[in-house]
Design a protein around this ligand. Structure first.
Ligand code: ATP
Length: 466
């Protein structure tokens, strides 16, 4: 785990330097809170998604996957309450015109608030606490009255030809609506029975007011969501199980330290919610929401039944009993998870006065599993044997071949992208058919026979000590 004095700046700089994350459209000056994943970022994000899918679908007989579209019928966003109420409280500094989320300004001043409060409530709180609050940009205390700002991103899809939709088509603000509206299809086409879950990974879009925390809050992001359909009377019992399961996922599967995670119970619940907790992570800028685990009652299916006119109740195949399932959900962003994993992995070590930066990712998340080096670039016999080894290993593992610069530099580079093993072909290799394998974390080197390498890697990569 990174020391707490690791600043966000160091992580941002490493992400840029080593190709994890780039600001979108950088050559045009960037584009408001949108980021691109570089070569190692995309590997890391894919590994995070694979691990989530494994936990939420592969290991669960009662959960199935889905990939619904980004565009959905505009009525869905009315039914869900997003058109009327998916809004954050905004104020603008009258001096420098920077906009801020008022619930965040209040929270940072230690005042309990959240975005679900009414415009009037949160306006009163802001102006009653001006002694503790200032504009994060210029430091002045001259704010416009609070107004709610809708986060849905509109598009012009369908606004041509016969104009089939007078309502704007939105880019989805969350992925779970695609799950709710497919609940009947899944039920009718797969062998699931209540209780069961539907899991999905996909893009979501929000017109976030403030987006100053790197990939923590972006306007385009990916969500990993699982909605679990329960009998009404079992909702809270299943909810507790889901909370426990999600905690285990972070600690056991992603290797996040327990001390860096905590539960935050929502005090101001939306009217339909039975219970809501967030899992918070100790990001470099403090404990902040990583994931939401919510018990949503029958709100979602009831709303969609009402707006679509379709019966979305469930009939128990054994008893014939009919009811509207209640829903519990787990919802987390890929970008926030990647940032948590980067924060956890970032380590600075002192090596005889030299600094070593090493990303101690769990091996299963490491973007590159092994790097293969010839000791010297100008020795064709070393280079060709190293290439041969690389060509064989790449069939099973994400590998890199590198013959640039001295071996020490190559190690440093692989440390910074978190590669668990570096394999070097040296002169002894030509005699003994063994290579050195250097461990990222201990920096110890052992010799392994070329013929055993793939098996050795398989065993050691699966023994995730971290
Ligand atoms: P916040 O209070 O931080 O705005 P939220 O409570 O609105 O988040 P949810 O709507 O519950 O978030 O979304 C579920 C999850 O999706 C969040 O826990 C987070 O991991 C992720 N998420 C939400 N908004 C963003 C965003 N703008 N950028 C990146 N990830 C996001």
């Amino acid at each position: 785990m990174a020391d707490k004095n690791d600043s966000m700046d160091k992580i941002v700089s490493l992400c840029k330097r080593r190709g994890f994350v780039f600001p979108s459209s950088e050559i045009y000056g960037g584009y408001g809170a949108i980021y691109d994943l570089g070569p190692y970022g995309v590997e890391l994000a894919n590994a995070v998604k694979r691990e989530w899918w494994k936990c939420m679908v592969q290991l669960r007989q009662d959960i199935v996957g889905l990939d619904s579209s980004i565009f959905m019928h505009p009525k869905i966003w009315e039914a869900s309450g997003h058109v009327a109420g998916f809004a954050d409280p905004l104020t603008e500094c009258k001096v420098c015109h920077v906009r801020s989320r008022v619930d965040h300004l209040l929270e940072e001043a230690g005042i309990e608030a959240d975005e679900k409060m009414s415009e009037e409530q949160i306006n009163a709180l802001l102006f009653a606490n001006l002694d503790k609050i200032k504009c994060p940009s210029c430091g002045k205390k001259d704010f416009t009255p609070v107004r709610k700002f809708n986060l849905l991103v509109k598009s012009n899809l369908g606004n041509f030809a016969d104009d089939w939709s007078k309502e704007p088509a939105y880019l989805r603000g969350e992925t779970c609506q695609g799950i709710y509206v497919n609940y009947k299809n899944v039920l009718d086409s797969s062998r699931v029975q209540v209780p069961f879950g539907i899991a999905q990974i996909g893009k979501a879009f929000r017109n976030e007011i403030t987006a100053r925390q790197f990939i923590f809050r972006t306007r385009e992001f990916e969500q990993m969501e699982m909605q679990y359909f329960t009998r009404p009377e079992n909702e809270m019992e299943e909810y507790e199980k889901l909370r426990d399961y999600r905690w285990q996922y972070y600690t056991r599967h992603l290797g996040l330290a327990e001390k860096n995670l905590k539960w935050h119970k929502h005090k101001n619940l939306v009217f339909y919610a039975q219970e809501a907790y967030d899992i918070e992570y100790a990001f470099p800028f403090g404990f902040k929401e990583l994931e939401g685990v919510h018990a949503r009652g029958d709100y979602d299916l009831t709303q969609h039944a009402k707006y679509s006119g379709k019966d979305l109740s469930y009939t128990d195949p054994k008893t014939g009993e009919k009811f509207v399932p209640h829903i519990i959900e787990s919802s987390v962003g890929v970008g926030r998870t990647v940032l948590a994993v980067l924060t956890e992995a970032y380590t600075e070590e002192d090596l005889d006065g030299d600094q070593r930066i090493v990303m101690k990712f769990p091996k299963k998340l490491a973007p590159v599993k092994a790097a293969v080096f010839p000791l010297l670039k100008n020795k064709p016999e070393l280079v060709s044997l190293a290439k041969e080894i690389y060509d064989a290993l790449k069939l099973d593992f994400m590998c890199e071949f590198d013959d640039n610069g001295n071996v020490g530099k190559r190690y440093r580079r692989q440390d910074e992208i978190g590669t668990p093993y570096c394999i070097t072909v040296d002169f002894e290799t030509l005699e003994s058919r063994t290579v050195t394998v250097r461990d990222r974390d201990t920096m110890e080197q052992i010799r392994v026979a070329i013929t055993d390498l793939a098996g050795w890697l398989r065993t050691n990569l699966s023994s995730d000590s971290k």
